[in-house]
Write a protein that binds this ligand. Structure first.
Ligand code: GLN
Length: 191
């Protein structure tokens, strides 16, 4: 049976993620409740505002459900704000709610004000050709440890990390026409 991919639809650019997975014929749906999260085989946490998504996760019990999905072996992919929520450490911030599943430290809005958004060609481990990355007030990863593996850097900054069934990207593959990162995530789900 085809895997069901949920896209967390509390805030942010979930509609673009849904469209991107539909384009490669995945079974994908918007999820907002703990029950809906747990009915999926895998989850995407979109870009948006990590403080807002985090507060909503905490308030409605969705965070607990995501941790349970992970414990059940479900794959999870966080982009941008989603990357921040997956990290164990958020630089200079001990209070912001997070899932804390990945062995990495992130710095929010790390590329600075002058370059709020930009695009770049990226070489990602696991892809056979470069892909275009769209960065929007993006974080980067300052440190990985344990089982986390940096799978992409841009100007010496880590911008994608993989740890088992967890994937985090600082950039937004759903905002380009290239679906190679969606294919990569689908392979992770099936592994
Ligand atoms: N700057 C946002 C945050 O810190 C992330 C931006 C994004 O998801 N495009 O949550």
């Amino acid at each position: 049976m085809a895997a069901r991919i949920g896209v967390l639809a509390l805030q942010g650019d979930f509609a673009e993620h849904i469209k991107a997975f539909e384009e490669i014929d995945c079974t994908v749906e918007a999820v907002k409740t703990p029950e809906a999260v747990l009915s999926c085989d895998a989850l995407v946490i979109p870009g948006g505002e990590s403080t807002t998504i985090g507060k909503l996760c905490e308030r409605f019990g969705v965070g607990e459900a995501i941790l349970q999905l992970h414990a059940n072996g479900g794959a999870i992919w966080g982009t941008c704000a989603g990357m921040i929520l997956l990290a164990k450490e958020i630089e200079g911030n001990d209070t912001q709610w997070r899932l804390g599943l990945m062995d990495m430290a992130v710095r929010r809005n790390a590329f600075g004000r002058q370059v709020e958004s930009f695009e770049a060609d990226l070489q990602v481990i696991g892809l056979d050709r470069p892909t275009r990355g769209v960065f929007i007030r993006a974080p980067f990863v300052t440190r990985v440890w344990g089982d986390a593996q940096a799978i992409c850097t841009f100007r010496d900054k880590i911008v994608a990390v993989r740890q088992g069934k967890l994937l985090a990207t600082a950039f937004h593959p759903e905002l380009t026409d290239d679906r190679c990162m969606q294919h990569l995530f689908r392979r992770m789900i099936e592994e």
